[in-house]
Design a protein around this ligand. Structure first.
Ligand SMILES: Cc1cc2nc3c(=O)[nH]c(=O)nc-3n(C[C@H](O)[C@H](O)[C@H](O)COP(=O)(O)OP(=O)(O)OC[C@H]3O[C@@H](n4cnc5c(N)ncnc54)[C@H](O)[C@@H]3O)c2cc1C
Length: 469
C-alpha cells in the first residue's frame, strides 16, 4: 500500500532511474512533478538539464491529482470566463496579469500535452469536460476517470526521456542553495545512502511542490514538506502569501485510513454534502450550493460540525442517488480505494472532513519564474505568482505547472544566453575595444561554426556552443 491508499501497479517499471550524481550541469531542476518536468522539456535543447526528485518520480502531488486540468477548450467556453472564475475564487487577491497568462497559454500547453501522448477521456472523438466547484462552465479535462495527474506525469516523463540532454535522478534530496557572490550557483544534495554532495549549475529551478505535510490532516504526499520554499527563504529569497493554505473540503475521514482525497469532481457529477442529521446544508451558505468555492465549502463544513455538536466530527458525501455503473466508471480510483476501507460509494455515504491541500503562497516570482535572487527560479506549487490569490480555483494547479513551468524554462535559457553574450561582450569590449571585439567574435564564430563576420549577438551565443568560455 502506498500514499493515500493507492496501490502502485507501475512501481519500479517506467520510473526507475539509477545514475551517478554529476558535480555540475547547465540547468538544475529540483522537483519532478508537472512543473519541473515541463520546465526540463523546455530547457532540453539549451544545455544539460538535471532533474532531481526526493523519492521516486511518482511520489509527487502531480501523480495523485485526480479531478483534472482546467482550460477553456470546449465549444461553450471562453478564456474570459475562465479568467473571471479564477479571479472570483481568488477572493480579489489574484494578480490579474498572472491569471491572464494562465488562461490564455493554458489551451496551447494542453494541446501540446495531447501531442506528446496524454490520453484525456473523450466522448466519442471529442474531449470530455466536467465541472468542478466555482467553474461557470464544464471545462475540466480528466484522464482514466480520476487519475488525471498520473496520466499527465506519464506523458511528460515519457517525453522527457526522449530528450537526451535531460537526466532525472531519484532519491536525491536537495537541502540547501549554493550562493556565490549574490547569485544562486547550485544546490547541496543528500543522495541515496546519505552522501552529501554539491551540484553547480547556471540556474536553479525550484519545483518542489507544496507543504501539506506540516499539517496533521492533509491530502498531500509525504514529499510535500515545503523544502523549496525553506531553501529559498534561507538563501535570502522573498516568499509571499504563505498564510493562504487551501483546505480541501472532502478528504476521506476514517480511523486508520489516510486522508485520501475525494475529488470535487464527484460534486460536479451530482454528489451532495450532508451533515450528521443527513440534511443537505450547502444552500444555506452559498448560491452555488454543493459547488461553491472550496474555501466556502470547507468553512461551511466546520460550521456544521460546530452547530450540530456531533460526537464524530465529520460530515458525509452522498452519491447513492447516482447510477452505480456511471460512478464506478467515472471514478474508478476513488471507488476502489473506498472499497478497500469497506465503503461501497454507490450504496453508502462517504465520511469526510476538510484537510490541508494546497499552498497558494511560495517563492515570490515574476511571470517568468524569476525570484529576486539572480540564478534562482521557481514554478508550480512552490512558487507564488499571485495566480491563485487567496484561494485556488479547482483544477488550475496542474495547468499552472504546465504554463509557468514552461515559462520558467524559457526564462532560464534566455538568461543563460544573455549572460554568455554579456560575458563575451564585457571581455571583448574592455580588453580590446570595439573593433577588436568584431575580429575576436569572427574568430570565435569560426570555432563555433558560425560563418558570418558579425559581433557575437544573442542569436549566435547559443549556450552549448559557448560552453568553452
Ligand atoms: C491528492 C491530490 C489531488 C489533487 N488533484 C488535483 C487536480 O485534480 N487538479 C489540479 O489542478 N490539481 C490537483 N492537485 C494539486 C496539484 O496536484 C499540485 O498542486 C501540482 O501537481 C503540483 O505540481 P508541482 O510540479 O509543483 O509539484 P509536485 O507534483 O508535488 O512535485 C514536487 C517534486 O519535488 C520533489 N521534491 C520536493 N522536495 C525536494 C527536495 N528537497 N529535493 C529534491 N526533490 C524534491 C518531489 O520529489 C517531487 O518530484 C491535487 C493535489 C493532491 C495532493
Amino acid at each position: 500500500m502506498a500514499h493515500n491508499g493507492v496501490s502502485r501497479t507501475l512501481r519500479d517499471t517506467i520510473f526507475s532511474v539509477t545514475k551517478p550524481t554529476p558535480a555540475e550541469c547547465d540547468f538544475l531542476v529540483v522537483g519532478a512533478g508537472v512543473a519541473g518536468l515541463r520546465a526540463a522539456i523546455e530547457l532540453a535543447d539549451a544545455g544539460r538539464v538535471l532533474v532531481l526528485a526526493k523519492r521516486q518520480v511518482r511520489d509527487s502531488a502531480t501523480h495523485f491529482a485526480q479531478g483534472g486540468i482546467a482550460a477553456a477548450l470546449s465549444d461553450e467556453d471562453e478564456v474570459s470566463l475562465h479568467l473571471q472564475d479564477t479571479l472570483v475564487a481568488g477572493d480579489g487577491l489574484c494578480n490579474v496579469e498572472a491569471v491572464r497568462v494562465l488562461v490564455e497559454e493554458g489551451p496551447p500547453r494542453i494541446e501540446e500535452l495531447i501531442e506528446w501522448g496524454t490520453q484525456f477521456d473523450r466522448n466519442g472523438t471529442k474531449l470530455a469536460f466536467t465541472r468542478e466547484g466555482a467553474h461557470s462552465r464544464n471545462r475540466v479535462l480528466h484522464a482514466q476517470g480520476d487519475s488525471t495527474g498520473q496520466e499527465i506525469l506519464r506523458a511528460l516523463y515519457a517525453k522527457a526521456k526522449t530528450l537526451k540532454n535531460i537526466s532525472v535522478l531519484e532519491f536525491e534530496m536537495s537541502s540547501d542553495l549554493l550562493v556565490e557572490a549574490g547569485r544562486v550557483a547550485g544546490v547541496s544534495v543528500i543522495g541515496n545512502g546519505g552522501k552529501l554532495q554539491q551540484i553547480t549549475a547556471s540556474a536553479v529551478l525550484l519545483a518542489t511542490g507544496g507543504l501539506g505535510q506540516i499539517y496533521r490532516n492533509t491530502t498531500n504526499p509525504e514529499v510535500a514538506t515545503g523544502d523549496g520554499v525553506a531553501m529559498a527563504y534561507l538563501a535570502g529569497a522573498e516568499v509571499s502569501d504563505m498564510e493562504f493554505i487551501q483546505f480541501h473540503p472532502t478528504a476521506l475521514y476514517l480511523k486508520n485510513a489516510p486522508r485520501f482525497l475525494i475529488s470535487e469532481a464527484l460534486r460536479g457529477e451530482g454528489a451532495h454534502l450532508r451533515n450528521m442529521e443527513m440534511d443537505r446544508f450547502m444552500s444555506k451558505y452559498h448560491a452555488l450550493g454543493d459547488l461553491a468555492p472550496r474555501d466556502v465549502v470547507a468553512r461551511a463544513i466546520v460550521h456544521e460540525l460546530e452547530v450540530t455538536h456531533s460526537p464524530e466530527a465529520l460530515v458525509y458525501l452522498d452519491l447513492t442517488h447516482l447510477k452505480p455503473d456511471h460512478v464506478r466508471q467515472r471514478f474508478p480510483r476513488i471507488y476502489s480505494t473506498c472499497l478497500e476501507y469497506n465503503i461501497d460509494i454507490t450504496t453508502e455515504v462517504i465520511p469526510i472532513r476538510p484537510a490541508a491541500h494546497y499552498a497558494m503562497g511560495g517563492v515570490r516570482t515574476d511571470l517568468s519564474g524569476h525570484s529576486n535572487l539572480p540564478g534562482l527560479y521557481a514554478a508550480g506549487e512552490a512558487a507564488a505568482t499571485g495566480v491563485h490569490g487567496a484561494n485556488r480555483l479547482a483544477s488550475n494547479s496542474l495547468l499552472e505547472g504546465l504554463v509557468y513551468g514552461s515559462r520558467a524554462g524559457q526564462a532560464m535559457r534566455d538568461n543563460l544566453r544573455d549572460n554568455t553574450s554579456r560575458l563575451i561582450a564585457t571581455r571583448c569590449g574592455t580588453k580590446l575595444g570595439l573593433f577588436a571585439k568584431v575580429l575576436v567574435s569572427a574568430r570565435r564564430s569560426k570555432r563555433c561554426g558560425v560563418s558570418n563576420l558579425e559581433p557575437v549577438t544573442r542569436e549566435h551565443a547559443e549556450p552549448s556552443r559557448l560552453a568553452m568560455f
